[in-house]
Design a protein around this ligand. Structure first.
Ligand code: S3P
Length: 448
């Protein structure tokens, strides 16, 4: 769990070309879901490519606490012996989800329709984040939640003994909320319907169908309507987790702004609900190509090739693209600082309730390094200085947020002077091999 240990101050020095192959770890969203759905299936699910970051390891621990057998094998693969839908045991201890909003929200959903109680907590970042967005719909199933003021963790969920299915229109564009409702719907009799106005990442729908649940998705005038038939017997699966596009974003963006770079990031999932950053970078004029495009496990996959791109221009990022790149705005803002002109990012209110307030965190760090940023409640604009013109030399606070820490490390690579963060320890939540991987490409990262 991040934020519980000693802070790790880190500095990124301007560096020469980045080159080579960047094999980034498995997808965080899919890894959480593989463990949770595996725990709700009957029999053994085998998983390769699981992200072994702190967030996912906390979810593995939680699934054990609910009665599933979760094992890491010597070859790095994992197996989950599930207890079946409705088969969760009541945990004996508090469930600590560390830094992970996805972990806690999905697990709350998964247990909310079983006649058990569980108490959830997390680190200082997670315990500040809003949970009512999940507990409101879970109450419709008959679950009760008692937490701190403002619906914050620590929080106890008393699962519904006699759950009823629900029809729920998700009020914020959030795959976590959608997924919590679908997972709760698994143990409710009849059909649970979730409606989302804007499409968010659809891994839960795809994986539920893969595990044998009856799930349909329709695009209607109301939005995307997802219908799940409750009480299925989920069948164990063999899952190969694709590499995470949100982690790929860091070596890709680093290559674009570091002189002479040419980096290949193989095997990246390009599910359209996740790939918005790469479209945006190409619109800005990035030399980013998709090689060896293919389909793996039903998902579009390609090798990304990113080369130094000295002529990128600021653009207005279409707000309707926000959900498909929501975790990538911090590192996009670093590229924007290296582009010519203003990059305007609107429709991004959700950035304010991530592991940190990501608009505030990035704006502070960018300004500390000589970049002008304007911001409003749901938008921000970065005034690009042009390639290699970011002064750097500043120290940024990471606010217990892995993506903030990594974004500023990327900024240092193409800046005029080193860029530091007060605490790089949260990087281990999603990208535990970030330092050796970036170092292997030629980055100069240093722990103080
Ligand atoms: C995730 C959904 C997104 C994203 C998070 C992972 C998921 O959060 O930011 O990193 O796996 O469902 P929201 O659902 O809050 O948008």
């Amino acid at each position: 769990m991040s934020g519980h240990g000693t802070p790790i101050p880190m500095t990124s020095h301007p560096c020469g070309p980045l080159s080579g192959v960047a094999e980034v770890p498995g997808d965080k969203s899919i890894s959480h879901r593989a463990l949770i759905l595996g725990a709700m299936a009957v029999g053994e699910t085998r998983i390769t490519g699981l992200l072994e970051g702190e967030d996912v390891l906390d979810t593995a621990k939680a699934m054990r606490a609910f009665g599933a057998e979760v094992t890491r094998h010597a070859d790095g693969s994992w197996s989950v012996h599930g207890v079946g839908v409705g088969g969760f045991a009541e945990p004996e201890q508090v469930i600590d989800c560390g830094n992970s909003g996805t972990g806690v929200r999905l697990i709350m959903g998964a247990m909310a329709t079983s006649p058990i109680s569980a108490t959830f907590t997390g680190d200082a970042s997670l315990n500040k984040r809003p949970m009512a967005r999940v507990t409101d719909p879970l109450a419709l199933f008959g679950a009760q939640a008692v937490g701190r003021e403002g619906g914050r963790l620590p929080m106890t969920i008393v699962g519904a003994a006699d759950p009823v299915p629900v029809r729920y229109e998700v009020p914020v564009p959030s795959a976590q909320v959608k997924s919590a409702v679908l997972l709760a719907g698994l143990n409710a009799p009849g059909q649970t319907v979730v409606i989302e106005k804007e499409a968010t990442r659809d891994h839960s729908e795809r994986m539920l169908a893969g595990f044998g649940a009856e799930v349909t998705v329709e695009d209607t005038d109301e939005g995307r309507v997802i219908t799940l038939t409750g009480r299925p017997e989920l069948k164990p699966q063999v899952i190969a987790v694709p590499r995470d596009p949100s982690s790929a974003a860091f070596p890709v963006c680093a290559a674009l702004i570091t002189p002479g770079s040419d980096v290949l990031v193989p095997g990246i999932g390009l599910n359209p609900t996740r790939a918005g950053l790469f479209t945006t970078l190409r619109e800005m004029g990035a030399d980013l190509t998709y090689e060896n495009e293919r389909t793996e496990g039903g998902e579009p996959v390609a090798d990304l090739r990113a080369r130094y791109s000295p002529d990128m221009k600021g653009i207005t990022v279409p707000p309707e693209r926000a959900a498909s790149m929501i975790d990538e705005y911090p590192v996009l803002s670093v590229v924007a600082a290296n582009a010519q002109g203003v990059t305007m990012m609107g429709g991004v209110k959700e950035l304010r309730v991530k592991e940190s307030d990501r608009i505030d965190a990035m704006a502070r760090g960018l300004r500390a390094n000589g970049v002008t940023v304007e911001e409003g409640d749901d938008w921000w604009a970065v005034h690009g200085l042009g390639i290699g013109k970011v002064p750097g030399g500043g120290t940024c606070e990471s606010f217990l947020d892995h993506r903030i820490a990594m974004s500023f490390m990327v900024m240092g690579m193409g800046a005029q002077a080193p860029v530091s963060v007060n605490d790089g320890s949260p990087i281990a939540t999603s990208f535990p091999i970030f330092e050796p991987l970036m170092g292997g490409l030629g980055a100069k990262l240093e722990r103080a």
